[in-house]
Design a protein around this ligand. Structure first.
Ligand code: NAD
Length: 364
């Protein structure tokens, strides 16, 4: 398979590591494009097998093959243009999160993918498919939770802003015109890929939402810094079975309040609590026995050499080959992204926003 990585920065290198782990492939070609010579040099020092290009168009000029994959690993402001270029070159495109900058761009990208008969995928698939996510899915699908009515999805960090506390050299994270937003654009893509994979909503309504930008004494003053550090929303998920689930969503990379996370799904017969990300592999299921709360605890650790950072490339390759896969692509990738945009729109206008998963069927 041939991989065309656009962007030789942090995540471009991570994807190259993932490609190296595709041990079933007979032939692997890696090409990489970045206009920054320092980034390109450090990339090829670490991956001498990669063929470097200063210019993306030159890299994509050769004739496309059926399973060629372009990986877009640049700041969000470039995602639309570069993914479009990849699709129009006749290649599948796997784009970093957030997919693009606006709902309109996401629609155009989906149209281009369909027109070119290619896949547009989003790396927001990173945490989907972990054993603990499968365990939670089994609790839902088996009926052990009864009718699900409430989800708490809360992750509050006090000082974890990209561009400030981590990766301080990548100031673009702080500039809305380049990043599309703050913590919601950074972690929201993962949150809504996890949530939507579990609940499979036919419809999502953002009923209320807010954003805020808490201030610290080390806020950078020499760069644009206009993104939110804290966001919250109340959403109503309309499930395929016609029932509704309330989702309380909250994310902070900067708050003066307490740091904690709480992810739990509650139903009429039980509740399941877990950490979808790095904190723990424990899954707790609580139910009732003779009027008492009983807890079943399981640990669902991943095994094998493939880790979460490898998932987007590995899932997407399987999808391109027509194999069963956890990849987040096309309409699902666009729907997940539009959940984020609907939260921003609701926070900005004060008006609820409704999204339909299958717009063709719902005719909206
Ligand atoms: N850093 C992380 O922890 C992380 C994790 C997961 C996903 N991501 C996502 O990956 C993307 C990139 O983030 P990063 O941390 O790798 O950034 P980075 O700043 O480390 O690297 C971005 C690279 O893209 C290059 N670039 C910019 N415009 C380009 C263009 N038009 N053509 C080719 N190259 C171009 C830059 O020169 C730079 O080398 C973002 O969407 C981010 O949300 C980052």
């Amino acid at each position: 398979m041939r991989f065309y990585i656009i962007g030789a920065g942090f995540i471009g290198r991570t994807h190259a590591e993932a490609i190296r782990k595709l041990t079933d492939e007979q032939e692997i070609v890696i090409k990489v494009a970045d206009p920054n010579p320092a980034a390109l040099n450090s990339f090829t020092e670490r991956f001498p097998e990669a063929i470097p290009y200063a210019d993306v168009r030159t890299m994509l000029a050769e004739e496309a093959r059926e399973d060629d994959i372009v990986i877009v690993g640049t700041p969000p402001v470039t995602h639309f243009e570069l993914s479009l270029l990849a699709l129009e070159s006749g290649r599948h495109a796997l784009c970093e999160k957030p997919l693009v900058m606006s709902a309109e761009e996401s629609e155009k990208l989906l149209e281009a993918a369909r027109r070119n008969d290619r896949l547009i995928g989003c790396c927001s698939s990173r945490f989907v498919g972990l054993p603990k996510q499968h365990a939670v899915k089994r609790y839902i699908e088996s009926g052990a939770l009864g009718d699900i009515y409430k989800v708490n999805f809360v992750y509050r960090g006090q000082r974890s802003r990209p561009g400030v506390e981590y990766q301080p050299e990548s100031k673009w994270f702080l500039d809305r015109a380049k990043s599309g937003g703050g913590i919601l654009m950074d972690w929201g893509p993962y949150d809504f890929s996890v949530l939507n994979d579990l609940l499979k909503p036919a419809q999502v309504e953002v009923m209320a939402a807010w954003t805020s930008k808490p201030v610290t004494e080390i806020d950078p003053a020499d760069t644009v810094y206009d993104v939110e550090g804290h966001v919250g929303a109340m959403l109503k998920y309309g499930l395929e079975n016609g029932k509704s689930v309330w989702v309380h969503y909250e994310r902070a990379s900067c708050t003066h309040g307490e740091a904690y996370h709480h992810v739990e799904i509650e139903g009429t017969l039980g509740a399941v609590k877990w950490s979808p990300y790095f904190e723990s592999d424990q899954v707790l299921f609580k139910s009732d026995r003779e009027g008492e709360v009983v807890t079943a605890e399981s640990t669902c650790a991943p095994d094998g050499p493939i880790d979460v950072m490898d998932h987007p490339v590995h899932y997407f390759c399987r999808k391109v080959k027509g194999l069963e896969s956890e990849a987040v692509v096309n309409g699902q990738a666009v729907f997940n992204f539009q959940c984020l945009q609907a939260i921003y729109a609701c926070a900005e206008t004060g008006t609820s926003q409704t999204l339909y998963r299958d717009r063709e069927k719902s005719n909206r």
